[in-house]
Design a protein around this ligand. Structure first.
Ligand code: CMC
Length: 422
């Protein structure tokens, strides 16, 4: 079969045959044939903006792989730090490599006391944790000007380690500030996720222990969030990185994109939606409102998945394991009914709307004691290696600055009328 398309300019009959390679056609052939005619694709639904080896997902088949490894196998067998190593450096680590990586992370995890005093304490008491995270990650840029040398792979590597190390510390500090508890310094002897939980919840007088089932569940949630191709925040990261801005402001921009309720903010929105629905017997009424377009069913739908999100499947199973330890989240029955009603309803079936990664994750976070304002922060911790892997990959490819064209729809040229004559 001829794997190509033919473009013909009907104005002059000129034509070009363009090969289809891995489901894409090279836009340069279009540009050569049709200079000054641009492909109009707002939201990039039909545009590949990057060549990437980090992660592969197929929305119709419903699979997700990090550097070729199926998400189900990684979820079963790997820790978040192993997955971060895989995404950042291309391979799952050997045990000595993992130990070395964990040591590097532990050495970089603390943040300067001045950072707590001058930056974190400048926020209002009721500041949303994501707003604090976005600002404090950007503020790191002023502490580490060495990060600006983005073309040096060795410099990039140390910034990636530093960011991966510090993001849980910033996140936990944002939480402790909001509840008025003294900051807890990272403990280099604890594994990554245990250390984060300890920085979050350890009482000032010490003596914090957490059930290993819960630590594993959170680590697994980080694994499931670690990368997802050219999603909104990763596209933002690549776009900012393409101007050669430093990785701290880049990560802050990615966190900002994540914050929105259509993206990572959806886990918080799901919880608020369930609380608003209020009770099991209100589910049908709520679904009716969704069908008239009054509401969105948060935690449902995805630009790419037109099938059950494989991450949601794993999260749903994990939720049951967590609830055996914490007791069942009272909102679970409502969420299960919502899913059941939606999956049987023609509105959702026709639009191929299934639960996504955010539908059940919030129930787990809440049962573990995280306040809703921290949910998207947890997503950000998980996604950090993905953002950084794309940043590093893009700079390795020596890509050009991101600069889409636009379809101008404004006024034609017109004269400026002096202000007093308008
Ligand atoms: N509830 C009700 N209807 C929906 C929903 C929903 N959650 N999502 C999509 N639709 C409808 C939409 O109104 C449209 O209907 P119609 O054809 O009649 O106009 C149809 O389904 C197709 O939707 P779309 O707007 O073309 O979908 P999109 O690809 O532009 O948006 C989305 C994807 C995730 C932004 C959207 O599904 C949504 O807002 N979902 C709720 C928020 C959410 O859970 N976000 C988390 C996404 S997964 C985690 C992540 O990657 O961040």
């Amino acid at each position: 079969m001829n794997e190509s398309i033919t473009l013909t300019d009907n104005r002059n009959g000129a034509s070009v045959e363009v090969p289809i390679v891995n489901g894409t056609v090279d836009a340069r052939a279009w540009a050569d044939l049709l200079p000054g005619v641009y492909f109009h694709d707002p939201s990039f639904g039909n545009t590949s903006g990057a060549a990437s080896a980090v992660c592969e997902l197929d929305g119709d088949a419903g699979y997700l792989r990090y550097r070729g490894h199926p998400i189900e196998q990684l979820a079963e067998q790997s820790t978040f730090l192993e997955v971060a190593h895989l995404l950042l450096f291309g391979e799952l680590p050997t045990r000595p490599q993992l130990n070395g990586f964990a040591d590097e992370i532990a050495e970089s995890a603390s943040i300067h006391e001045n950072f707590h005093k001058r930056i974190l304490e400048g926020f209002r008491d009721d500041a949303h944790a994501m707003g604090v995270l976005v600002s404090s990650v950007a503020a790191l840029s002023t502490f580490y000007p060495d990060g600006k040398d983005v073309e040096d792979p060795t410099v990039r590597r140390s910034q990636m380690v530093r960011l991966l190390a510090k993001i849980p510390t910033l996140a936990a500090s944002a939480y402790r500030r909001s509840v008025g508890n003294p900051y807890v310094q990272p403990d280099p002897d604890l594994p990554y996720t245990s250390n984060f939980l300890s920085m979050m919840f350890r009482p000032a007088e010490g003596g914090y222990e957490v059930d290993p089932v819960l630590t594993r569940a959170l680590d697994l949630l980080f694994v499931l969030h670690a990368d997802h191709g050219q999603n909104c925040s990763t596209t933002t990261a690549r776009s900012v990185g393409s101007s050669h801005a430093d990785p701290y402001v880049l990560l802050s921009a990615a966190c900002s994109a994540l914050y929105g309720p259509r993206h990572g903010g959806a886990n918080e929105a799901v919880l608020r939606m369930l609380e608003e629905i209020g009770s099991y017997d209100q589910v049908d009424d709520f679904v009716a409102k969704v069908k008239t377009g009054e509401q969105l069913l948060m935690g449902f739908g995805h630009r790419v998945y037109k099938n059950y999100d494989p991450r949601a499947k794993i999260i749903k199973e994990t939720a049951h394991r967590v609830f055996e330890v914490t007791g069942k989240n009272p909102l679970l029955d409502m969420a299960l009914k919502l899913e059941e009603v939606a999956l049987a309803d023609d509105y959702f079936v026709r639009r191929k709307l299934y639960p996504n990664v955010d539908f059940y994750s919030g129930l787990i976070y809440q049962s573990m004691g995280f306040p809703v304002e921290m949910f998207t922060v947890l997503f950000a911790i998980g996604r950090t290696p993905g953002w950084l892997a794309h940043w590093d990959e893009m700079l390795t490819q020596n890509s050009r600055i991101a600069r889409p064209r636009q379809l101008y729809t404004g006024e034609a040229t017109r004269d400026v009328v002096p202000i007093d004559e308008r």
